[in-house]
Design a protein around this ligand. Structure first.
Ligand code: HEM
Length: 399
């Protein structure tokens, strides 16, 4: 392992390249949180892993800026995720106007229907891959319908957005960086075409609402519109897939908790919070320090890039108790997890993600009393958007 050895051999640095890290990063996170929670990392960034420190950073207001990320949102660098006030406030207010709790609650019948159709298919097959059948297509279909997309080349858009989110990983090689840049251009163009189409074919949907949304006399300009649409589109499904897959995986590895949920379907709301805490779909976020900022006596200089490890904070025993490493669907503090971030950039889609997770996992468990793992899962090997490429399950007992 690199680092540490030169000056302070006893120190453990955040190292996502440790063998087995992407399969199970949590023992490493625990070590960091307990032994070296505030790191001025030899690779040139700061790394925070304790709950209180991560939350304070997310809420630090004027002291931090959104790390101008060359990320999913960088299609034209105008999405709210990468902006600070006053732009962030304006953009978020405009999108919030159309992304209301009521609009989300109204999606319930559609989500139920999509889930039940997927479960019917799984029932016919007996054993199948939960990621392909349910976890991936559901959030994609929901956000597409919510936006009011015309029949576009869904497979291509999925491919492009899958490439784009690789920019959120800690390090990308040159070839990957080029693929991401190309995907960004193509997705931007597709979105511009889509907006032109929607202007000619307005309907009762999110895209039409975004085009016409006004806040204090202002509408989104074209670049802003493209960026917010891409953000909603990508954030709308690249994360929720991992909530459904990681959550189901955690449950299937813990028969006691699976039984508990089966007997107490009313627990599903808290269960989804616990799934989010236990194995966070977004493991980290970043900020840049803009005014003097100190954590636990350490001064973080202006201009520093700070990684806030949401997933490590979610397992912090000082916050969640000695059993923080275990899945406990009845955990009282589950909802305090930081998986949706916090402060001004707190996830705008949290209510939608929760609804999808509750309906998908709740109905899955109810429908298949003999649901079980059916072979090895395939991890996506991502450091940040942690999830599964395949989760083979059996929905019937073998006869
Ligand atoms: C922001 C996680 C689902 C839209 C965020 C942030 C996190 C997050 C951690 C904050 C990033 C930061 O502070 O730097 C998740 C997780 C999800 C999920 C874990 C699923 C389980 C969704 C969905 C949508 C969405 C379904 C929309 C359809 C957004 C938007 C922002 C955001 C627009 C930016 C908010 C802002 O900058 O003000 N999300 N998200 N997310 N999320 Fe989500």
């Amino acid at each position: 392992m690199w680092g540490g050895a030169v000056t302070e051999p006893e120190r453990v640095w955040f190292n996502p390249y440790l063998p087995g890290f992407t399969r199970d990063p949590y023992p490493h996170y625990k070590e960091l949180t307990e032994s070296h929670p505030v790191q001025d990392h030899p690779l040139g960034f700061w790394f925070l892993s304790r709950y209180d420190d991560v939350l304070a950073l997310l809420r630090a207001g004027q002291s931090v800026e959104a790390a101008a990320q060359d990320t999913i949102t960088g299609v034209v660098n105008a999405s709210m995720l990468d902006r600070d006030p006053p732009d962030h406030t304006r953009l978020r207010a405009l999108v919030t106007k159309v992304f209301t709790r009521r609009a989300i609650a109204a999606l319930e019948p559609m989500i139920v229907e999509l889930v039940d159709t997927a479960l019917d298919r799984m029932a016919e097959q007996g054993s199948s891959d939960l990621v392909q059948q349910l976890a991936f297509p559901l959030p994609f279909a929901v956000i597409s319908r919510m936006l009011g997309l015309p029949p576009v080349d869904g497979a291509r858009v999925r491919e492009l957005s899958g490439t784009l989110v690789r920019a959120l990983e800690v390090v990308v090689d040159e070839q990957a960086a080029q693929a991401i840049a190309d995907a960004r251009v193509e997705l931007g163009e597709l979105t511009r075409d889509l907006l032109a189409w929607k202007r000619a074919n307005p309907a009762d949907d999110l895209l039409t609402a975004l085009i016409t949304a006004e806040h204090e006399g202002q509408v989104l300009n074209e670049d802003e519109l493209v960026s917010q649409v891409v953000l909603l589109y990508v954030a709308g499904h690249e994360t929720t897939v991992n909530l459904i897959a990681n959550g189901t995986h955690a449950l299937l590895r813990d028969p006691g908790q699976l039984e508990l949920l089966r007997g107490r379907p009313d627990l599903i709301g808290n269960a989804v919070e616990e799934f989010l805490r236990y194995d966070s779909p977004v493991q980290q976020t970043r900020r840049v320090i803009v005014t003097p900022y100190s954590v636990d006596g350490a001064e973080i200089p202006i201009g520093s890039f700070v990684i806030a490890c949401l997933a490590a904070a979610n397992r912090d025993e000082r916050m969640f108790g000695a059993d923080a490493g275990e899945l406990r669907l009845e955990r009282k503090q589950a909802r305090n997890h930081l998986s949706f971030g916090g402060g001004p950039h707190h996830c705008l889609g949290a209510a939608l993600a929760r609804l999808e997770g509750q309906i998908a996992i709740g109905r899955l468990v109810r429908r298949f009393p003999r649901l079980s793992l059916d072979g090895e899962v395939e991890h996506n090997n991502r450091i940040n958007l942690r999830g599964l490429n395949a989760l083979p399950v059996k929905v019937r007992a073998t006869v």
